[in-house]
Design a binder for this molecule. Sequence first.
Ligand code: G3D
Ligand code: MG
Length: 188
Amino acid sequence: MSFMSNFSQWLIKKLRAEKRAKILILGLDAAGKTTLTKYVNTGYFQAGLTPTIGQNIETINYEGWDITTVDVAGQQQFRFLWDIHYPGCSAVIFVIDAADIERLPEARDILKIHVFDNPLVEKVPTLILANKQDLPSAIQAPLMIQLLSLHLDMKDRTFAVFDCSALTGKGVLAAFTWLVNQLEMDKM
Ligand code: G3D
Ligand code: MG
């Protein structure tokens, strides 16, 4: 059994033990949300997933684990619709394509609207993933924090930025370990 399969089983067990955790995965289209979700789910990379076009909501249900992925890009006029997902959410994961520097301002705008300025998630931990670290041009966490002004905007929030690759799996374990630990602490 591969390391990631072991990891997936460990994660599922851990979240089951914690009863139920609804985790929203937000981010621009093509950031890697579906790939990441499938990776965590199965323990391996899946190429050729159907690209997200327009409004896209995916829900993955495990016995004790409920992940809803929400693609928010280009949906400003429908923003009110996203609000139905936030209540009861235990954590937010915001996925960024760290190799797509051109879209960083857009990612920051969406992060601001849906996370920084969103009172519905102000108390939940936020995991920001600088995804696609397998690509040489990917920006790493310390610079990402500066470019997105996270050290200023998120100073009153529980958050962390992790480098990862949903393609190789590198960094995914560390990131989800942080998230699970936050969920456990919230239950104490
Ligand atoms: P989304 O769900 O956020 O819209 P997807 O994004 O999961 O559909 O991923 C968009 C594209 O990025 C996919 O490629 C996917 O394989 C790729 N991708 C996702 N994560 C990584 C990563 O960590 N590294 C690299 N190099 N690519 C990644 P295609 O070619 O199918 O569009
Ligand atoms: Mg998708």
